[in-house]
Every structure is written in structure tokens, then in C-alpha cells.
Design a protein around this ligand. Structure first.
Ligand code: NAD
Ligand code: IPM
Ligand code: MN
Length: 359
């Protein structure tokens, strides 16, 4: 039976990069390698402009009714003055919460062809293959109380609350341990247990849960050290598991090890295997509308979708191989450009991946 994919292009470079990912899906569909039906809807600033709501009910309902969601990016300066409840980012957070997408997988893999594109020395990053497992529906992003209040003195106070329950920590740790069992069997749990009770408990639960996985080598690291270690010696990591805010920050840092944030895909999964797939980067307002954004993170997100939600691992492998091939051909968007390579735009990169699929 045909699988339903909801396509949410979003804002900024979102529509540009998603168009390339859709080309890849349609190419696989045309040759019968996958059986999918694509549907489109609005989210983020685009949805606010059309309906006054960054996550219209119809969009959430369509997402719930689909087998997988492909999302570009949301946000931009145009919508920054809005109240937080109407901002594009609220649309994305609403999708994550509404679909229960608690497990966010962000693989930071260095394609050998891009060793020269990283800002780090090739010997530091060559062979890099880290899986960051970020909890996505808890933490300071969703904790109560939150808000900006006015004190009796007239001064304002802004507050957010870091919260995790034991079951939330346990389920994300299990995801990380299960993934690690199929890889290097090493998990580094990242916290701030020296200062924050919330993550002191996180560490205890991670340790307790690991007892069910005797083959896993579990280590713990404070988040400030983890940020430093990612830049100093990133290959010490296999799987990293952490909370929502730390995972957000560490994954942008890890992205740069791979040459560009434009290379890092992600999968956000719920307990039923349903998923949303998106590049980890944002709407890049500084380059939007110029046709220069790197579409590879979005195209690689489609590969994750085929693997994790649509049961089409062969097609996923072909996308990964096609990306590798275009890099072999020397094609580079501006963000991963290096000497002797040929610079191409967003659409040319997408076309090259499609051509490489069947070559
Ligand atoms: P960003 O990730 O959009 O951009 C950071 C830098 O990386 C910019 O210089 C940008 O040009 C570059 N970049 C990002 N993606 C690229 C790509 N595919 N190819 C080439 N270069 C790329 O982060 P930001 O500037 O902090 O945020 C911009 C907006 O995006 C904000 O509104 C923010 O809230 C939103 N945002 C959305 C998501 C999402 O939708 N998942 C993620 C992060 C940020
Ligand atoms: C990401 C983004 C989002 C986050 C924002 C846009 C809500 O930065 O997907 O990494 O903080 O999770
Ligand atoms: Mn982020």
C-alpha cells in the first residue's frame, strides 16, 4: 500500500531545499523503487501568513494521518516581533509535541570527500561517525512554569523550567542503547549533574537503565566538557544521548565537524515508528531566495525517512550512495566549497543526486 508523506516546506530556504528532496523521492517513485503519495501543507511563518497560526489544525491532523513528515525549516526575521505563541518555531514544537516525537536522531558523519571542508584539521575529523540522540519533547523547551512576569518592583522576570520525568529519561536512553548495540556499543550520556538536579536524576536513570544492556559501555560527561571534547577529539564518541537543549546546541557544533550544517539530517520518532524528517539547520534567512543553500541535509533526511518509517532501506542506501557520488564528482554548494571543486547551486545539486541515483 502506498505510504503517505506530508511535505512541509516552511520558510526561508525551506521551500528551496525541500524541492530537491522531493525530486529525489519522485525519481525513486517513478522507477517503482518506492510507493509513496506526497501531500503538502503549511507550517511556520508561511502558515501564520495564510491562517494566523503557525500550526493550523489541518496541518497537525494531516501530519498525524501520514506515515512520515518531511520538513524544511521554519522561522525568520519577519516573524520575530510576534508573540511567542504565534512564532513559526511554535509550529515546529507543536508538531513534535503533537506527534509525540521524543527521539531525535542526528547523525554527524564526515564524508571523506569533505575532509577539506571542515574547519577542523582532517586528522581530527576523518572517519567521524557520531550519532547524537536528543530527547525532543521535554526539558526546558516544554517545562512549566514559563513566561515573562512583572515583579511588584516593576522589574520583569523571565523564566523557563528544566523538567524530566524518570520515564522520559529511561525511554530516550533505551533508544540510544538500542542504536549503540548496532554500532560501537559506546554511549556517552551528557548532562550537567554537578549543578542541575534535573540532570542529576538523568544520570542516575541512565546508569540504572544501562544495567539491561551489559554490553554497552556507558560514560557520563558534563555538557560544557562535551562541547569542548567534540571540537578537541570528536572521534572518541560513538553514540551521545542528552536532553533537548543540550542536544540542540551540541548537534550544531557536531554539524560543523562534517563540513557544514547543511550536511546534517535528522529523524524525530515517536513510539509507533512514525517520524518527522528534517535537516537540523534553520531557514537561513541570510541566503534564502538565492538558490545557493545546500540541499544535502534534507536529501539525507529523506534517506532516514525511507529507512526508519517507510521500510525501504535499499532505496535509502541508494540515496546515501548518490550523495557520496556527487561529492566524488567534485560538486559543492558554497558552504562546502573548497579548492579545485566545482561550485553549484541548490537545484543543480539536487539534479546531480537524482542523476547519480540511477547511474
Ligand atoms: P540557521 O541554521 O538557519 O543558519 C545558521 C547559518 O548556517 C547561516 O549562516 C546559514 O546561511 C547557514 N546555513 C544553514 N543551513 C544551510 C544550508 N542548507 N546551506 C548553506 N548554509 C546554511 O540558524 P539561525 O540563523 O540561527 O536561524 C534562522 C532561523 O531559522 C530562525 O528563525 C530560527 O528560529 C530558525 N531555525 C529553524 C530550525 C528548524 O526549522 N528546524 C532550526 C534552526 C533554526
Ligand atoms: C532545531 C531548532 C529548533 C530547536 C527551533 C527552531 C525550535 O533549533 O531543530 O534544532 O531548538 O529544536
Ligand atoms: Mn537547533
Amino acid at each position: 500500500m502506498s505510504k503517505k508523506i506530508l511535505v512541509l516546506a516552511g520558510d526561508g530556504i525551506g521551500p528551496e531545499i525541500v524541492a530537491e528532496a522531493v525530486k529525489v523521492l519522485n525519481a525513486l517513485k517513478a522507477e517503482g523503487a518506492i510507493d509513496v503519495t506526497l501531500e503538502e501543507a503549511l507550517v511556520g511563518g508561511a502558515a501564520y501568513d495564510a491562517f494566523g497560526d503557525p500550526l493550523p489544525e489541518e496541518t497537525l491532523a494531516a501530519a498525524k494521518a501520514s506515515d512520515a513528515v518531511l520538513l524544511g525549516a521554519v522561522g525568520g526575521p519577519k516573524w520575530e516581533p510576534l508573540h511567542i505563541s504565534k512564532r513559526p518555531e511554535k509550529g515546529l514544537l507543536g508538531l513534535r509535541a503533537g506527534l509525540g516525537l521524543f527521539a531525535n536522531l542526528r547523525p554527524a558523519v564526515l564524508y571523506p570527500q569533505l575532509a577539506a571542508a571542515s574547519t577542523l584539521k582532517p586528522e581530527i575529523v576523518s572517519g567521524l561517525d557520531i550519532m547524537i540522540v536528543r530527547e525532543l519533547t521535554g526539558d526546558i523547551y516544554f517545562g512549566q512554569p514559563r513566561g515573562i512576569e512583572t515583579l511588584p518592583s516593576g522589574e520583569r522576570r523571565g523564566l523557563n523550567t528544566m523538567v524530566y520525568t524518570e520515564s522520559e529519561v529511561e525511554r530516550i536512553c533505551r533508544v540510544a542503547f538500542d542504536i549503540a548495540m548496532k554500532r560501537g556499543k559506546k554511549v556517552c550520556s551528557v548532562d550537567k549533574a554537578n549543578v542541575l538536579e534535573c540532570t542529576e536524576m538523568w544520570r542516575e536513570v541512565a546508569t540504572k537503565t544501562a544495567a539491561d544492556y551489559p554490553e554497552i559501555e556507558l560514560s557520563h560527561m558534563y555538557v560544557d566538557n562535551a562541547a569542548m571534547q567534540l571540537v578537541r577529539a570528536p572521534k572518541q564518541f560513538d553514540v551521545m544521548v542528552t536532553g533537548n537543549i543540550f542536544g540542540d546546541i551540541l548537534s550544531d557544533c557536531a554539524a560543523m565537524l562534517t563540513g557544514s550544517i547543511g550536511m546534517l539530517p535528522s529523524a524525530s520518532l515517536n513510539e509507533h515508528g512514525q517520524g518527522m524528517y528534517e535537516p537540523i539547520h534553520g531557514s537561513a534567512p541570510d541566503i534564502a531566495g538565492r538558490g545557493v543553500a545546500n540541499p544535502l541535509a534534507t536529501i539525507l533526511s529523506v534517506a532516514m525517512m525511507l529507512r526508519y518509517s517507510l521500510g525501504a532501506p535499499e532505496a535509502a542506501d541508494r540515496i546515501d550512495a548518490a550523495v557520496s557520488k556527487v561529492l566524488d564528482q567534485g560538486l559543492r554548494t558554497a558552504d562546502i566549497m573548497s579548492e579545485g571543486m566545482r561550485q553549484v547551486g541548490t537545484a543543480e545539486m539536487g539534479d546531480a543526486v537524482v542523476a547519480a541515483l540511477s547511474a
